[in-house]
Design a protein around this ligand. Structure first.
Ligand SMILES: [Zn+2]
Length: 176
């Protein structure tokens, strides 16, 4: 049986040659991830003197769209509704948070930034080490890991992961 033995340095040279192709594949993953990434939602109060203190504190809080805001609880809800120090709401007036006092007559809204996560997804340069080519596509930002894989809040409130990074890799892999 003949056995192919690459010439010294050939595999390294090959790695250099395929590096741009690996980089192009990674860029496709980046593009898909940006398309699939959830928006970032921000809590917005009406800003007058009637806004309850727990929502004044929440003004400007920004979280990935599939997650929950962490709002300071109101004493009545803590005593009667079994919420802890924080009340976890998907949006203002979210009854699934189990709050009553903290959602009654709330006039808050949210602002959604579709590029909030996408703008921080990047592809690094190809790194050739010996016969190995590595390109990293990364997402950075507040709560991006939880946005990707999901999380569970106190009270067993489940936020499903958006899986935008793993799905984008699977989509690009399926093209090949
Ligand atoms: Zn409010």
């Amino acid at each position: 049986m003949a056995k192919f033995v690459p010439a010294r340095g050939l595999e390294e040279a090959l790695a250099q040659m395929v590096a741009p192709a690996v980089h192009r594949i990674a860029r496709q993953v980046e593009i898909e991830a940006k398309r699939l990434a959830p928006p970032v939602k921000r809590w917005v109060t009406v800003g007058d003197d009637q806004v309850r203190p727990t929502h004044v504190s929440a003004q400007g809080q920004a979280v990935p769209g599939n997650l929950r805001f962490a709002i300071n609880s109101m004493d009545w809800d803590r005593r009667h509704r079994g919420v802890g120090e924080k009340t976890y709401m998907r949006a203002p007036k979210d009854q699934s948070s189990r709050a009553i006092a903290n959602i009654r007559n709330c006039r808050c809204t949210t602002h959604s930034d579709p590029d909030g996560i996408a703008k921080n997804i990047n592809t690094g340069p190809p790194v050739v080490a010996g016969k190995k080519v590595t390109v990293t596509v990364s997402a950075r930002g507040h709560l991006v890991v939880e946005a990707e894989v999901g999380t569970v809040y106190p009270g067993n409130l489940v936020a499903d992961g958006a899986h935008f990074m793993s799905r984008s890799a699977a989509i690009v892999a399926a093209r090949r």
